[in-house]
Design a protein around this ligand. Structure first.
Ligand code: DX5
Ligand code: ZN
Length: 220
């Protein structure tokens, strides 16, 4: 069994103390930084863009997992590669030519991810799963941190896990939204590989310890 990865979502960090919060993640047992980019069109919120990521990347010492919640991501793929993204995830619902977008991400030297909104069934990835390095199953409606976890996610993780096995793909399954110490083990049992956690980590009294606890639960 490969290690289950913990990816704190910077969206829940204190933006006025971003370097402090990044150093906390650097020194924690976290595996990746999860970075949420929102455009106010695909989702009803705007987070941050390239200048902020550029500043963050000067301090981050772990892989950057960039989650694009934007329409028309193709023109920005090379820019995110230049900024230092290691994994670039686009939304299924935002890409008319998903195959082309994934190839462009890989050609730019990054791992290619696809995110699915809660209403999108995993079967839409049947024809493309072997091309996908990571599927991000949204366990809340994208746009905001701190929302409650949608229970149907477990079923989707099981279905996706089965599809990956059937197609002999090497795709990782990431869960994004409402992940806590209450649901993380059940998500891993269902087949999750990467667990994103925003508010649960950053609103904790001891975020470093909270990351360590999530890591222990996911890998127990
Ligand atoms: C939601 C973002 C998530 C968010 C998760 O649109 O994609 O990454 O930061 O935050 P929590 O863990 O607070 O639900
Ligand atoms: Zn995200």
């Amino acid at each position: 069994m490969s290690k289950k990865l913990i990816a704190p979502s910077v969206l829940a960090a204190d933006f006025a103390n971003l370097q402090r919060d990044i150093e906390m993640v650097n020194h924690s047992q976290a595996d990746w930084f999860h970075i949420d980019v929102m455009d106010g069109v695909f989702v009803p919120n705007i987070s941050f863009g390239m200048p902020v990521i550029k500043s963050m990347a000067k301090h981050t010492q772990k892989p950057l997992d960039v989650h694009l919640m934007i329409v028309n991501p193709d023109p920005y793929i090379q820019t995110f590669a230049d900024l230092g993204a290691d994994i670039l995830t686009v939304h299924y619902e935002a890409c008319t030519h998903l195959h082309r977008s994934l190839q462009a991400i890989k050609n730019a030297g990054m791992k290619a991810g696809v995110a699915l909104n809660p209403h999108t069934p995993v079967i839409v990835l049947e024809s493309i799963i072997k091309e996908v390095d990571l599927v991000c199953i949204m366990s809340v409606n994208p746009g905001f941190g701190g929302q409650s976890f949608i229970e149907n996610t477990y079923e989707k993780v099981r279905q996706l896990s089965q599809l990956i096995q059937e197609k002999k793909a090497a795709t990782k399954i990431e869960i994004d939204g409402g992940v806590t110490d209450v649901n993380i083990q059940k998500l891993v049992e269902a087949g999750a590989d990467v667990l994103v956690a925003g508010s649960f980590v950053f609103s904790a009294e001891n975020p470093t310890q909270t990351i360590a606890n999530l890591d222990a639960l996911a890998n127990s």
